[in-house]
Design a protein around this ligand. Sequence first.
Ligand code: PTJ
Length: 256
Amino acid sequence: MTRKIELHEGHPRYLSLLAREKLVTGFKKGLVASEGLIAHGRGECFDYLLGECTTDSARVAINVASAMLLLARYPVISVNGNVTALCVDQICGLNRSLESSAVEINLFYYTREREKLISEEFKKYGLTRIFGIDPENLVPIPELESNRRLVDRDGISKADVVFVPLEDGDRTMALKQMDKQVVTVDLNPLSRTALSSDITIVDNIVRVLPQLIECVEYNRKHSSENDLKDLIESFDNLNGLRRALEVMKTKQVPFQ
Ligand code: PTJ
């Protein structure tokens, strides 16, 4: 039986429904792991508490993240199934606007088949080189057990800044131990990734990427190296997480 739902822009939760639809389509195409649907549901719950909008503290984190990515010698964007299904196009856009960056596939629920489909999806959107898919070129991250321990020797292994949206905690901590600077997007301000990253953007990846690209473009033109360094130095990640939790706690209920 074919299922059909009408998505129209006037629906109060149109963007949320659209994201769900992208995830489900990605799952049917083999890009998203079944567990990815569960992870998305968890994200939706936090997003609902945020009011499904970018908060002031997330806006600050996005701007500081753009500064860190612009100052990086070699920034690498790590992608998984969910990120691909939700925003392959914007990831390619971010990669183009950073100029010196690279994209690497890194899967938690690894299968060769899914890795191949994800890499083909990125090629459709114009990415010619993608890291993390050549087994000959993979090296282990020390002291990490999960599938994500293998990284590309010309990608994440060489990076000074790693952008890891929707990441698992162990790998974030392992990347920190390797002296990488880590920027993440995670709707859960209490996750280990959120707590151990240098910059955590507590917002939906779907809303973050267009704003991040805009900040990269703006700061490249209008901010000096010192301006960017000052932005990073004055940023307090834990304070950003506290502010996100505060917004969630004080969400106005429509009945009193
Ligand atoms: O494609 P794979 O195999 O690499 O698997 C990807 C998932 C996401 C399934 C895997 O990394 C995983 O299980 O992740 P976790 O540990 O569930 O963490 C995902 C985090 O991302 C959770 O804290 C969610 O709240 C958050 N999250 C989910 N959807 C979004 C989100 N954050 C921002 N934007 C979202 N759309």
